[in-house]
Design a binder for this molecule. Structure first.
Ligand code: SF4
Length: 179
C-alpha cells in the first residue's frame, strides 16, 4: 500500500527528528504499518536478517515532504531525482536501527547519492524538508509510492509545531498553553 495521502489526519505525531542546525526539524507520524512493502521486499528482508535487526513499524518521516518508511524499500529514486538534496540515506550518517531516528538529531552529512545506501535497511530521510522547491520529481519515481509532497501540508507542520513545544528552537513564539 502506498503512503496514506491523508496521513496528517489519520496519524499522529510520534516524534520530532531534528536537524542539528537547531532550527529545522521534521515530524514523524505514526503509528507505522506492519506487513507492507518494506516487510515484503526480499532485498530488505535479507538486509535486516543479515544485521540481526527486526522489521518493525516506523511511520512517516516528514510532513510537506513525507516518506512512509514502512513502504520505503531503499530504492533511492527520490534521492537521485531531487535537485536540491532534500534527502539523505540516514544510515550513512547514523548507522542505527531506523526506529531510533524517531526522535533523533541529524547533521545532514549523509549521502545524497542513490547507490550509496548503506544496505537495504537504509531509508530516504527528508532531512532538508524545508529546502523543497515543490518540483514533484521525487513523487512519481518511487516504486512503492512511498512519497507524498504537498506544500499545503505546511499547515499540519505548523499546527504540530505549536503544540510540540518543549524542544522548539530559540526565538520561536511562546507555547500557546503556558501554565
Ligand atoms: S518535490 Fe522536488 S525539491 Fe521537493 S523533495 Fe521532491 S524532488 Fe526534492
Amino acid at each position: 500500500m502506498p503512503i496514506d495521502p491523508d496521513f496528517p489526519k489519520n496519524h499522529q505525531v510520534i516524534g520530532k527528528h531534528m536537524h542539528s542546525d537547531g532550527e529545522h526539524y521534521h515530524f514523524v507520524w505514526g503509528p507505522g504499518r506492519a506487513g507492507v512493502e518494506a516487510a515484503e521486499n526480499e532485498e530488505v528482508k535479507a538486509a535486516y536478517s543479515q544485521r540481526g535487526e527486526e522489521i518493525v513499524p516506523l511511520g512517516v518521516h516528514g510532513t510537506m515532504v513525507a516518506i512512509d518508511w514502512d513502504s520505503c524499500v531503499a530504492d533511492g529514486a527520490c534521492i537521485e531525482a531531487c535537485p536540491v538534496q532534500v534527502f539523505q540515506w540516514y544510515r550513512t550518517e547514523n548507522d542505527v536501527p531506523a526506529v531510533d531516528l524517531t526522535n533523533a538529531t541529524s547533521a545532514g552529512t549523509g549521502s545524497t547519492v542513490k547507490d550509496e545506501r548503506k544496505d537495504y535497511t537504509d531509508k530516504a530521510d527528508p532531512i532538508r524538508e524545508h529546502d523543497c522547491i515543490w518540483c514533484m520529481a521525487c513523487v512519481s519515481v518511487c516504486p512503492p509510492q512511498a512519497v507524498k509532497v504537498d506544500q499545503s501540508s505546511l499547515e499540519f507542520h505548523e499546527k504540530e509545531s505549536g503544540t510540540f513545544n518543549e524542544a522548539l528552537s530559540k526565538g520561536s513564539a511562546p507555547p500557546p498553553h503556558a501554565h
